[in-house]
Design a protein around this ligand. Structure first.
Ligand code: MG
Length: 382
């Protein structure tokens, strides 16, 4: 079990749930970082007494510093602030719950400092999986996934040799529009898209779950985390979200991890691993579970999933370009500036037009990320 954590992105959905878990299990919080929601950040900081708080936005950081001037909390800003929060001596686990490529540099810095990474930022592995995993192996830093599917796979593989795994069965609920044809989704509103049947999540990831881009990003994430190829991962639709993912072993045995769909569970395990402790979450009651069902994904109805799997095979900067383009497109959609079906169009078009660089270094990845964002803003915003 780690002794003290830094939470990067503490005002988002995962950040807030991490803080709730930390308070429940009595885990000290050494540092917090947020982008610009300083009211909530101040409330959290006064309650948790971290040594250091970073506000990414410079202007908001100045306001925050004034707001907590009566405390001894140290305040930083920008990417340097995030890196300091990720590398402080007081912390031995960094929860990376920021969204977007901004998480990359702090995560690498934390790895260099041999911190445990409780990984909740998908872009870190989607954009720079090769670099991050190689660096973690070199430095001996642990990466414990927070995403429920990857936490499930991680748990199914605990104590197993690499050669025992035959394939990963990555489950997904299919989201709120499961089974609907693309033509039926033309007029979907942000309000409809963010209503996930099982999970309570932030707006961006809820839209990604509706388009199934989320499952596609998780596909890429799983490849890197578990050192497998695209052929070793099968996506299975499981609408009830009771099984959080499974592994098939070489002898045909399948091991699944089950639980209530609550992100608090994988968050808690990422902090207490390799130990477990009692949690505040509700329990599965098998006598009231009516059925668990499974189906194959329909790639025509979920082209974002297919695109992500294609990008995983392309490798290089393809997943990064796709992910960055998707993030901007989802932002436009949430502001009613882009139609629902155009999210896929924007991501696919960016991969084609921005182009793919193989074996990129970190700067090339960040440049590809920026190029994809600019491309979508220029060609897809109304
Ligand atoms: Mg997930």
């Amino acid at each position: 079990m780690v002794k003290s954590i830094s939470v990067l992105g503490c005002t988002g959905s995962i950040g807030r749930q991490t803080i709730a878990v930390a308070e429940h299990i009595g885990m000290p919080v050494a540092a917090l970082t947020a982008n610009r929601k300083i009211d909530l950040l101040e409330e959290q900081a006064r309650r948790l007494h971290p040594k250091f708080v970073a506000v990414y936005d410079e202007q908001a950081a100045k306001q925050f510093k004034i707001a907590v001037a009566d405390t001894d909390i140290q305040v930083g800003s920008g990417i340097e602030g995030l890196i300091r929060a990720a590398t402080m001596e007081e912390t031995d686990c960094v929860v990376t719950a920021v969204s977007g490529a901004v998480g990359l540099k702090p995560t690498l810095a934390a790895i260099d400092g041999k911190k445990r990474i409780a990984l909740a930022n998908k872009e870190t592995l989607v954009c720079a999986g090769d670099i991050v995993m190689a660096r973690a192996a070199e430095k001996g830093a642990e990466i414990v996934p927070v995403d429920s599917e990857h936490s499930a796979i991680f748990q199914c593989l605990m104590g197993r040799e690499k050669g025992e795994l035959r394939k990963i069965l990555l489950t997904g609920s299919g989201g709120p529009f499961r089974g609907k044809a693309r033509a039926e989704l033309e007029d979907v509103t942000p309000e409809q898209a963010v209503k996930h049947p099982n999970w309570s999540m932030g707006a961006k990831i809820s839209v990604d779950s509706a388009t199934m881009m989320n499952k596609g990003l998780e596909f890429v994430e799983a490849m890197h985390l578990f050192g497998v190829t695209p052929d070793d991962i099968q996506v299975v639709i499981h609408p009830q979200s009771v099984i959080h993912s499974m592994v098939e072993l070489v002898d045909g045995t399948v091991i699944a991890q089950l639980g209530v769909p609550d992100m608090g569970l994988p968050i808690q395990l990422a902090l207490t691993y390799p130990q477990r402790c009692p949690s505040m979450f509700s329990r599965l009651d098998f006598t009231t579970l009516q059925s668990l069902s499974f189906e194959a994904p329909d790639y025509e109805k979920t082209p974002c999933l297919k695109l992500a799997m294609d990008c995983a095979r392309m490798g290089g900067t393809a997943p990064c370009v796709m992910s960055a383009a998707n993030e901007v497109a989802v932002g436009l959609f949430l502001r009613h500036q882009l139609g629902y079906n155009r999210i896929y169009d924007a991501a696919a078009s960016a991969v084609e037009k921005v182009g793919v660089v193989q074996n990129p270094d970190l700067e090339t990845i960040l440049a590809a990320d920026a190029a994809a964002r600019a491309y979508v803003l220029e060609n897809f915003s109304k």
